[in-house]
Design a protein around this ligand. Structure first.
Ligand code: TXA
Ligand code: MG
Length: 350
């Protein structure tokens, strides 16, 4: 199958394909999604096949109007009204318990709940309107790879497997939406996946929310099925480095002694200080802040994966505000590993 890249002016064509049961990748403010008609069982199944995604990992249903969510959910709690008012369209996914049988098990992964989001992207909102159906949309990457932040990333992973890609340039946020579980009415809402909408911002609207404790405890299964899989991983070995200058010099000196081809994914200051000693660099943040780093993390991981490196050193940020989401994605890409002199090899997982 030839995969066609569509411009914004060709949104109607994208909608026709969705209506006809085809797969079309679509832009959002977070990352590109792999779109299919959420009400067409065969198309939804095809999404899992195209991505190579495990079938127990449920999909987000993208809507253009809050009204559509009401058709499926059991209850729309007061907290949801306030959140939707404040954050939609935007990078917040909400999990509700749904009317039995209202969505197919392949959308929900067989759960009694489902995830909904209204993306903040004009062509995609138009696409959903024109298609006349909600659109499922996992991130449009091959399962396990960094999420795509450009149409070219999607093309790299999915060319030949999908009908088209609606191109609206690079995404502005750069990592996936915050996932908030509102399905347990008697309990505090729980953040299942940290994202650009922070815990503090949510709490300012609805009061206390908790993080899923299993996000950090790797021996337990997280509540969002997708969070348990190896994720965001380029082929090159990734090692996290914290911001002390001394750590960067130690890591680079060690790598050079071994004859490794080293790459740096870091802020301007670190690239200025150490870039000349390495094989490749990619700018993560001009000003050394997590708000900028989330925009460039996935594109940086993808770009550096093409440089035939032995190891990629990536900067860490404090786990506060969007730093929490940044560190959640980076830890997965690095398989939790910090640079450590005593580990013998960059390319083993010991
Ligand atoms: O920003 C985003 O959310 C992007 C764009 C395309 O909208 N989409 C995205 O989808 O990241 P995906 O499928 O890659 O991630 C959805 C996450 C997974 O971790 C999945 O397990 C979780 O949401 N999820 C979906 N439905 C759920 C449910 N009913 N209960 C718990 N977790 C759920
Ligand atoms: Mg994903």
């Amino acid at each position: 199958m030839e995969t066609k890249i569509l411009m914004r002016s060709e949104t109607a064509q994208a909608a026709e394909w969705i209506k006809a049961g085809q797969l079309v990748a679509f832009p959002t403010e977070t990352v590109y999604g792999l779109g299919a008609d959420a009400t067409n069982e065969e198309s939804v199944q095809a999404v899992y096949r195209a991505k190579g995604r495990p079938s127990d990992n449920p999909l987000i249903v993208h809507v253009a109007e809050v009204r559509t969510v009401l058709e499926y959910v059991d209850k729309f709690p007061a907290a949801a009204e306030d959140l939707v008012e404040k954050f939609w369209p935007g990078p917040l996914t909400l999990i509700f318990s749904i009317k039995k049988g209202s969505l197919s098990p392949s959308v929900t992964g067989g759960l009694s709940t489902a995830a909904f989001r209204m993306p903040n992207n004009k062509p995609t909102l138009a696409l959903i309107h024109l298609a006349g159906v909600p659109i499922v949309g996992p991130s449009a990457n091959t399962s396990g790879k960094p999420s795509p932040t450009t149409a070219q990333h999607v093309y790299h992973d999915l060319a030949g497997k999908i009908a088209g890609i609606l191109d609206d340039g690079p995404t502005s946020v750069g990592i996936e939406s915050t996932v908030l579980d509102l399905s347990c009415e008697r309990e505090m809402p729980v953040i299942l996946r940290p994202g650009a909408v922070t815990k503090e911002e949510l709490e300012a609207v609805i009061g206390p929310v908790a993080y899923d404790p299993n996000l950090k405890d790797l021996s337990k299964a997280p509540k969002a099925p997708g969070m348990k899989y190896k994720h965001y991983a380029p082929n090159v070995a990734v090692r996290m480095i914290d911001w002390h200058k001394q750590n960067w010099q130690e890591a680079i000196t060690f790598g050079k002694k071994k004859g490794s081809r080293i790459g740096l994914l870091a802020s301007r200051q670190i690239l200025d200080d150490f870039g000349a000693q390495t094989a490749a660099v990619f700018l993560l943040s001009e000003h050394g802040v997590a708000e900028e780093a989330i925009q460039n993390l996935f594109s940086g991981l993808r770009a550096m994966d093409l440089k035939e490196l032995d190891v990629l050193f990536v900067e860490t940020f404090p786990e506060e505000k969007v730093g929490t989401a940044y560190m959640n994605r980076l830890s997965k890409a690095a398989n939790q590993k910090f640079f450590c002199k005593i580990s013998k090899n960059f390319d083993t997982d010991e």
